[in-house]
Write a protein that binds this ligand. Structure first.
Ligand code: ISL
Length: 542
């Protein structure tokens, strides 16, 4: 890879089932994505991260893969995929695939053969005898709040480990055959021309032991598998054997990483991942676990951003993805200032140091889904949590509120292309309810507005390209008080000052921030000694 590719990359994430449906079955598909490539190119991005399009029974919307070398028929064919690669390439866009290798689907051939008792394939998974006298093999927790052990069909006392749903058995990364299989799969896609991989929950793949863990509120047992040396070693092998020969790159989804772990996983000299998705800044509105939300603590958000900007040389800068509620729905007061807040987020994402990731719909200011009851929610995690919450002393209303604030479906509602039926996403019945606000929030109307949200996102992407200081410059923290956030980007003596008001109230600027200069870009047209609600200014000091 060219040395500075990270600095020049701007990623657009597509959640295929929700992006664009070309054949009226209610699910987005690859031909639908191809039909929108001109739109994606017009944003100024040069990379698409495609959430899984592999064959899957869809227990976890494709993150449960039953055939790593086939396309989910609902999404199209391998020819469609090859066309996508070629058409994207013709527009200067590379495709990054989602690589889900902590687990497969229980409908994968390997698991089926394991169930039939084939020793070779039993060793692909983590299968253990239950404790003597009955009972599961250990006390670990599970990401989807299930029991992480499921009885192996047809066996008396054997269980398989699944850190996610029971249809997602974990692979046994102690087995070199598993590594060889995954290398083969990566080469298969690299040969087809993919630019790299987003590696799903990559820092949990290698379990050191299956001993009981220290009891915790969530994910007991995590000390036995988070960012283990075995995982580091596998990543180095995958880089050397698969990524390097194809000049491909990888971003890791790394859960529960602190700075030190993130540094180890993405340090250039170690040769593992190119960058990581960390989560600390996504946790500023949670009470202990992500399913209990409180008002977002802006001070904590600012502190956390500064900590990661200064503590890690290169960040994967993101505020939304297919697992997170929409960020402008999380920002207190932003509902009333949707446009200003979305533009401010464009300012933040494009001026922080790191590779920016834009999630589909973020560029038009899409908000959380408007679900009315559980029958409109599809996500397996939300249903599991709802069932557990029934055991808590909560009213039905409070329980559902919890889901509306946290559900992953919030970001999975169909892309809003038009104000028309089903937001122009499908001619059929959408797999997930379209947000009612598509009559106002949609691409078609944004494309007609010079001063709109979409136009601002595009402008910020261009600006980032035009100013090497925004791509390559140092991040220098300047001010954070929970309302105002300010930093400087600096390169070869050139400085740009980024100023944000993260509240719904106008604020006065402290003396320190009253710096004369030219406003290069802002989401407001008038400027004085203060900042308007959710105002963002990028200033070239004189
Ligand atoms: O809270 C989290 C981390 O702190 C989670 O949201 C975490 O990101 C997630 O559970 C892991 O996500 C990934 O793997 C899952 C899949 O369901 C998600 O969609 C994917 O992004 C299992 O493959």
């Amino acid at each position: 890879m060219p040395k500075n590719f990270k600095n020049d990359t701007v990623v657009y994430q597509i959640y295929p089932r929700s992006f664009c449906d070309s054949d009226g079955d209610g699910f987005g598909d690859i031909p639908g994505i191809i039909s929108k490539l001109d739109y994606i190119a017009s944003l100024g991005v040069n990379t698409i991260w495609l959430s899984p399009v592999y064959k899957s029974p869809d227990d976890d919307n494709g993150y449960d893969i039953s055939d790593y070398k086939a396309i989910q028929p609902r999404f199209g064919t391998m020819d469609d995929f090859d066309r996508l690669i070629a058409e994207a390439k013709a527009r200067g866009i590379g495709i990054v695939m989602d690589l889900v290798i902590n687990h497969t689907s229980d409908e994968h051939e390997w698991f089926k053969r394991a169930l039939q008792g084939e020793e070779k394939y039993r060793n692909y998974y983590i299968i253990r005898e239950g404790k003597r006298g009955g009972g599961i093999p250990n006390n670990w927790g599970n990401f989807f709040a299930e029991c992480p052990w499921a009885k192996l069909e047809g066996s008396e006392n054997e269980y398989y480990l699944h850190l996610f749903s029971k249809k997602q058995p974990d692979l046994n990364w102690h087995n070199p055959d598993v590594l060889a299989e995954i290398e083969d799969i990566m080469r298969f896609w690299l040969e087809r021309g993919v630019a790299g991989f987003r590696c799903d929950v990559i820092n949990v793949i290698y379990k050191n032991t299956l001993d009981d863990g220290k009891p915790r509120l969530i994910l007991t047992g995590q000390e036995h598998y988070l960012s283990t040396e075995g995982c580091h070693e596998i990543l180095r092998k995958l880089r050397e054997r698969c990524l390097e020969p194809y000049a491909a790159w990888a971003v890791g989804e790394t859960v529960f990483v602190d700075l030190e772990r993130a540094r180890d996983l993405s340090d250039e000299a170690r040769g593992e991942l190119d960058m990581v998705f960390a989560f600390e800044h996504m946790e500023c509105d949670q009470v202990i676990v992500k399913w209990f939300k409180c008002g977002l603590n802006r001070k904590k958000l600012m502190k956390t951003l500064t900590k990661w900007q200064t503590g890690l040389d290169w960040n994967a800068v993101y505020f939304e993805n297919h697992d997170q509620p929409r960020f402008i729905s999380r920002l207190p007061g932003a509902q009333k200032y949707r446009e200003e807040a979305s533009k401010m987020m464009a300012g933040l994402i494009m001026t922080l140091r790191g590779t920016p990731y834009v999630y589909e719909g973020q560029e038009i200011g899409m908000t959380n889904g408007d679900f009315k009851d559980m029958s409109e929610v599809v996500d397996i995690e939300s249903h599991n949590i709802y069932a557990i919450a029934k055991k808590l002393p909560l009213t039905n209303k409070a329980r559902f509120k919890m889901i509306t604030l946290t559900s992953r479906d919030n970001a999975r509602t169909p892309m809003q292309w038009t104000a028309g039926e089903n937001a122009g996403f499908t001619a059929g019945i959408p797999w997930l309810k379209v947000n009612g606000n598509h009559t106002e929030v949609n691409v078609e109307s944004e494309q007609k507005r010079d001063g709109g949200v979409l136009a601002f996102w595009k402008r910020m992407i261009v600006l980032r390209k035009e100013h090497p200081v925004l791509k390559d410059g140092k991040f220098i923290p300047l001010y954070e008080d929970g309302r105002i956030y300010a930093y400087i980007r600096e390169l070869d003596g050139e400085r740009l000052l980024a100023l944000f008001n993260m509240t719904a109230k106008a604020v006065k600027l402290p003396k320190k921030l009253r710096i004369d200069g030219e406003v290069i870009v802002s989401n407001y047209t008038e400027h004085d000694d203060g900042l308007m609600p959710f105002e963002f200014e990028l200033i070239k000091p004189s």
